[in-house]
Design a protein around this ligand. Structure first.
Ligand SMILES: C[S@@+](CC[C@H](N)C(=O)[O-])C[C@H]1O[C@@H](n2cnc3c(N)ncnc32)[C@H](O)[C@@H]1O
Length: 330
């Protein structure tokens, strides 16, 4: 279920400068969104702009793209990369949760395609000062937006033992959650990734092969720091409302917790009735607003996994806005 079981991400080689993020399921995303000229697209997790660039190339000469990310450094890289596309691109620092407000502000009524490539980028993992990796000594930060919200250090140093154990259990499915939480509380204050990684290593009894003992703890803290699961669940219905009739949404998730939320949200919105199955008569008045493009998620080919091991856990789900649903809403 983890996105980083082989050491917390990719390595940038000899120095610690971030390498451009290699977009996963690139061709599959472009096939799913089939961008074309004159249409508008939203990339809600712009990162280094790899997928976004593909969308802009495929939608030349008149396709437009709104790219959003919480991470200022990623936006600087993406801005540089996408500069050549001029006024076909708008870039903003925000959560994809707030995309509807941004679209309204820039005067785009709907978009014809939406991409969410969830989670952390290899650029972020490769930067020790961001605190995402247990393999690199750095401050316990883990925030996508470094100027807002509580850092991982604030969480580990202020939450009580039960709250910490709950986070490790719920967001990391860490079976030694209580043991690790107890060790954290006994050892704090903790300031660095190395301190935390070593503490976890000492606290857990055995080793799973190929899995660093701190993998689940780091994943859980990152999800808690950025409230990732809550944001996806709240954002999906809002984003579906922004899709034009016939428009598609593509979501790439990297672990089962995320994928479950996407699957449930898509399933719910693709049904005409969402009453409990035991209820004999429908009272919900719900109508399907999307059509699922496939029941099973799309996964990376063996070749992509060989070239980019991070793609191994990627799951792509795609849905299409039903034409009638949009016109019914007006
Ligand atoms: C896997 S990377 C995306 C990579 C991108 N598709 C590319 O081709 O380079 C995920 C990005 O999502 C961003 N992110 C995570 N949560 C976000 C949120 N709620 N709103 C906006 N961006 C978010 C992260 O900062 C990170 O840059």
């Amino acid at each position: 279920m983890n996105d980083s079981i082989h050491g917390g991400g990719t390595s940038s080689g000899k120095d610690d400068s971030p390498v451009p993020h290699q977009p996963v399921l690139y061709h599959e995303v472009l096939e799913a969104l089939s961008p074309s000229s004159g249409r508008d697209y939203l990339d809600g997790t712009l990162g280094a702009g790899g997928h976004a660039e593909g969308i802009l190339i495929a939608s030349a000469p008149h396709g437009r793209l709104l790219g959003i990310d919480l991470d200022l450094e990623a936006l600087t890289i993406a801005r540089q990369r996408l500069m050549v596309y001029g006024d076909r691109v708008i870039i903003d620092q925000a959560s994809y949760q707030n995309a509807p407000e941004i679209l309204k502000r820039i005067g785009w009524r709907h978009v014809n395609g939406i991409l969410l490539d969830l989670g952390v980028s290899s650029m972020q993992i490769d930067q020790p000062e961001r605190g995402f990796s247990f393999m690199k000594e750095g401050p316990l930060d883990m925030r996508f937006n470094q100027s807002a919200g509580s850092s991982a250090a604030e969480l580990v140093n202020t939450l009580n033992e039960k709250q910490l154990a709950d986070i490790l259990w719920k967001f990391g499915e860490e079976r030694f959650s209580r043991r690790i939480a107890r060790a954290i509380v006994a050892a704090r204050p903790l300031h660095s990734t190395e301190e935390l990684a070593n503490l976890v290593q000492r606290a857990v009894p055995g080793y799973e092969p190929h899995l660093h003992p701190a993998t689940r703890t780091f994943q859980a803290l990152r999800i808690a720091v950025n409230q990732e699961l809550q944001v996806i669940a709240e954002a999906l219905p809002r984003l579906l409302d922004c899709l034009a009739p016939g428009g598609r949404i593509a979501v790439i998730s990297f672990h089962s917790l995320e994928d479950r939320i996407v699957k449930e949200a898509f399933r719910r919105e693709s049904r005409d009735c969402i009453c409990p199955p035991e209820q004999p008569v429908c009272t919900c008045n719900h109508t399907a607003t999307i059509r699922l493009m496939s029941r099973k998620p799309v996964t990376a080919t063996e070749r992509e996994i060989l070239e980019n091991p991070r793609s191994r856990s990627a799951r792509l789900r795609v849905a299409e806005k039903i034409e009638q649903a949009q016109s019914l809403q007006g």
